[in-house]
Design a protein around this ligand. Structure first.
Ligand code: NAD
Length: 480
């Protein structure tokens, strides 16, 4: 780690926003806590409504000339951004671990993944599609940018979520105002500082603030689209608030993903993959495995193998050697996960396995495997978003599919089986935007990702994700 980074994180950090190509503070500030120590380590600007208006005005001013550049030119700007962030990855990763809690190596992986997805957008084509081209007529469909768009992110993958929006937004020809979560704004603001001189003024704006700032953005008449990642409850508010000027919305919301294990698997062989599916990022993954359905006669073997694997995982500060899992990101979520566990115990469920956590401060929740909780219990019905996994037994595939689909969510789902054809046949019966076989989750820059039901509206990633940042316009020419 460069010594400057170590020095910077030792004292209180003070990050700035990027508005109209300039870095700035605000009259009010927000404290950002390190979830492993519960201590404030940074202050960030609390963007005022006046400053948001300035950012929107700057984004609108920049739109005309930015949108007239070719897609290739805009992709080249994003390429420069990728190189700049890559060149400063250790510093950004350190901030990410400090604010989010994830182990440093995982913070580096998150940033690398974000840059990989941005590169994917740099290879995509947005040329008009010719629908008819005859002697008498030419009809084409053009993908036109929308204008100034707003991007609002959650706290579980701050850099990935922000860059998943920034790259397609600007490549499609829009200008953007990005708002990270108030729990994790620091690394994103630092990216803004690093890239401030790359884009023309106003093309990329990064503002920090609380939920109120999000509400101002979604109600703002100068913003033509909101791309949001966060909870289903907030997604519903955004949809209502966006109605004022009929903003386009992409909503990537929560999930309560099911995994169905079929009876031909070897429980020992799948334990490591099942563990990662459920407990990566301390269980704070929108499309993480959150309900595991297993054949009744295999429940003990699957639970025992998972527990054997979980017992080896070291939980602690993301900066400590050998740590594979950090704390929950914030106290609200920490209390929620503990509430769900207490409720499961009161409902008679068995806390089958619970791992070790460091003593002292920090929002640490032990890795927990729960048995005996049935649908109707909160830990099964609600998205936990923490390192807890209920294992639910089934007696027939029909019952497993019915229980898996019995949720208002529809983000991801998986089936685990040796006979791939059989697993696939079960997978396609699951009501989810992504159905995976023998993996969970699995994403790529060329693979559309999005939720159905109350897990969201619209797509991120792939050329479909890029087109979400456009309006379809038709050009219909009658030839004489
Ligand atoms: P959240 O909805 O509380 O907050 C998300 C963002 O919205 C924050 O930046 C917040 O300040 C802002 N916000 C809050 N209220 C707002 C309002 N009324 N109007 C506009 N903006 C508002 O979510 P969270 O707790 O930060 O994130 C956890 C949730 O995000 C989980 O449900 C998780 O599954 C989901 N998530 C989904 C995906 C996905 O791609 N589908 C990815 C990551 C997280």
């Amino acid at each position: 780690m460069p010594s400057t980074v170590a020095k910077k994180t030792a004292a209180t950090l003070s990050q700035r926003m990027l508005i109209d190509g300039k870095l700035c503070g605000a009259t009010k500030t927000l404290e950002v806590l390190d979830p492993a120590t519960e201590k404030s380590f940074a202050t960030v600007p609390d963007c005022s409504e006046v400053q948001l208006n300035e950012a929107v005005a700057a984004a609108k001013r920049a739109f005309d000339s930015w949108s007239r550049r070719s897609v290739k030119e805009r992709q080249d700007f994003v390429g420069l951004m990728i190189e700049r962030v890559r060149g400063n990855i250790d510093e950004v990763a350190t901030l990410l671990t400090r604010e989010q809690g994830k182990p440093l190596a995982k913070a580096v992986s998150e940033i690398n993944a974000a840059l990989f997805f941005c590169s994917g957008y740099c290879d995509m084509d947005l040329s008009p599609e010719i629908i008819r081209n005859t002697e008498n007529q030419r009809v084409e469909m053009r993908y036109s940018p929308i204008g100034a768009v707003g991007a609002i992110a959650a706290w579980n993958y701050p850099i990935l979520l922000s860059l998943w929006k920034l790259a397609p937004a600007v490549i499609a020809g829009n200008t953007v105002i990005i708002k990270p979560s108030p729990y994790t704004p620091v690394a994103t603001l630092r990216v803004g500082e690093l890239i401030a001189d790359i884009f023309p003024a106003g093309v990329v704006n990064i503002v920090s603030g609380g939920d109120e700032l999000g509400r101002w953005m979604t109600a703002h008449d100068g913003i033509g689209k909101i791309s949001f990642t966060g909870s289903a409850a907030t997604g519903k508010h955004i949809m209502r608030s966006a109605a004022g000027n009929l903003k386009r919305v992409t909503l990537e919301l929560g999930g309560n993903d099911a995994g169905i294990v079929l009876d031909d698997v070897d429980p020992e062989k799948i334990a490591a993959d099942l563990f990662d599916a459920a407990f990566s990022n301390c269980g704070q993954v929108c499309a993480g495995l959150k309900r595991l359905f297993v054949p009744a006669h295999m429940e003990e073997a699957i639970a025992a193998n998972l527990a054997k694997f979980a017992a080896k995982v070291k939980v602690g500060s993301g900066f400590d050697d050998g740590v594979q899992m950090g704390p929950i990101q914030n106290v609200k979520q920490f209390n929620r996960v503990n509430d769900l566990l207490s409720d499961a115990k009161s409902a008679g469920a068995d806390i089958y396995f619970q791992g070790q956590v460091p003593q002292g401060p920090g929002y640490f929740v032990p890795i927990t495997i729960v048995r005996g909780a049935r649908p109707g219990t909160r830990i099964v019905d609600e998205e936990p978003f923490g390192p807890v996994l209920p294992i639910i037994s089934y007696r027939s595939e029909e019952e497993a599919v019915a229980m898996a689909n019995d949720t208002t969510f529809g983000l991801g789902a998986s089936v685990w089986g040796k006979d791939i054809d059989r697993a696939e046949a079960v997978a396609v019966r699951l009501d989810a935007g992504s159905r995976w076989v023998n993996q969970h989750p699995a994403m790529g820059p060329d693979i559309p990702f999005g939720g159905i039901k109350e897990s969201g509206i619209g797509i991120e990633c792939s050329v479909h994700g890029l087109k979400e940042f456009t309006n379809v316009q038709v050009l219909n020419v009658k030839r004489n």
